[in-house]
Design a protein around this ligand. Structure first.
Ligand code: SF4
Length: 383
């Protein structure tokens, strides 16, 4: 029986943050209800393909899943439970944003079996939050965090961002310290990437952004400070207390099987990858076509069968994101040939430049390699 992870996309938000280029938008209560109906239908229709899988993780992401009435979350998870085989230790994560949950909702999430909460904070500085268009301030976050603890959540992630407009090294440091003081089990810390077409990109001239050197300093500070506070860095941007690394995200980095449900959700099972349509009208057709099992479903999903070389490339550049690296034996078991036979010269070159190291049968990035990880990973692409 193969392991499977399930991603469920909830594309709704209270309003769009100024830096956001995710598939998310506002919607009426009626639109939300219709979407959940489609989602439940898709979850049911697709289950026939996963009879020989057991679900090890479920991730409700978005958008802002917590914008939904709690009963709708219950309805979605019930559809998963009724149609898929779940392991007893299944990790069920839900993303939520401050200002969209109540104590009652949080209590309901626990009842539905959600055992990991991921809270989008980004910064503890109200001016920084306002500049990027977040709907909440730090006080609202604290309220949500404490309510989640009271409701019984013992596995909480907090998202933080560096390189925000108007952010200084000192203000970032304060955000890090305040978050570590709260002692969440997991912290994700990414740098803001200014995406073209977002409102923040259009007004970038109005703000002073941290320089590249300052961004690098924030990155180093995150690594060193969180280590001092007992967090283990297990992926380039993710830190956890022992035993609390996110199982779901590790499946992505280790190229495990995952299926995505909902608007635009991506899936990859074995060597096959596909994505649901990104427009609501097309998504509706896509789910309806599943019922009649027409050929259109495959076209709409843009089904792509990966070559062996593409799988090897992914195995390396996703796996190297993890601090444990890529196991030579795992590589051999997946592809039937040794990593040395395929990537020997590249690995040697990277080791001689002190960018990669070999340890206990694993190839992994050195500290220096992490700093230039994009360069290292690009070396693993075939021409
Ligand atoms: S809450 Fe997240 S998904 Fe929603 S608009 Fe903000 S950044 Fe985008």
């Amino acid at each position: 029986m193969r392991d499977l992870s399930i991603y469920i996309h909830i594309p709704f938000c209270v309003r769009k943050c100024l830096y956001c280029d995710f598939l998310s938008f506002t919607a009426s209560a009626g639109e939300i209800e219709s979407y959940v109906n489609l989602l439940v239908q898709e979850i049911e229709e697709q289950s026939v393909f996963y009879r020989d899988h057991r679900v090890i993780s479920v991730f409700l992401g978005g958008g802002t899943p917590s914008i939904l009435p709690a009963e709708e979350i219950g309805r979605i998870l019930q559809a998963v439970r009724e149609n898929y085989r779940m392991t007893d230790e299944v990790e069920i994560t839900m993303e939520c944003n401050p200002g969209t949950v109540t104590a009652e909702k949080l209590g309901n999430y626990i009842t539905y079996g959600i055992n990991r909460l991921s809270i989008g904070l980004q910064s503890t500085q109200d001016e920084e939050l306002a500049r990027i268009g977040r709907i909440h301030d730090y006080e609202m976050f604290l309220h949500t965090y404490r309510a989640a603890r009271t409701a019984g959540f013992v596995n909480i992630n907090i998202d933080l961002m560096a390189a925000l407009p108007g952010q200084s090294i000192a203000s970032y440091r304060e955000s890090l310290e305040r978050v570590a003081d709260l002692a969440p089990e997991h912290i994700s810390a990414y740098s803001l990437i200014l995406e073209e077409g977002t409102p923040l990109y259009e007004r970038k001239g109005q703000y002073s952004f941290p320089t590249e050197d300052e961004d690098r300093e924030m990155y180093q500070m995150t690594k060193e400070y969180l280590a001092e506070r007992g967090y283990q860095r297990y992926e380039i941007s993710n830190y956890a207390r022992e035993g609390f690394a996110c199982r779901h995200n590790q499946v992505y980095w280790q190229r495990g099987d995952y299926v995505g449900f909902g608007l635009g959700a991506a899936s990859m099972v074995g060597d096959v990858r596909w994505s649901a349509p990104e427009s609501m009208k097309e998504y509706k057709d896509y789910v309806e076509n599943m019922r009649t099992c027409t050929e259109n479903v495959f076209q709409q999903a843009g089904v792509q069968v990966l070559t062996m070389q593409e799988q090897m490339e992914e195995c390396m550049f996703l796996g190297l994101r993890m601090m444990c690296g890529v196991g030579c034996q795992d590589f051999y078991e997946k592809f039937g040939c040794t990593m040395e036979a395929v990537y020997g010269p590249v690995i040697e070159k990277m080791i001689s430049q002190n960018l990669l190291q070999k340890e206990n049968g694993y190839i992994k990035l050195t500290d220096r390699g992490i700093d230039v990880s994009n360069y290292v990973m690009a070396e693993f692409l075939f021409e």
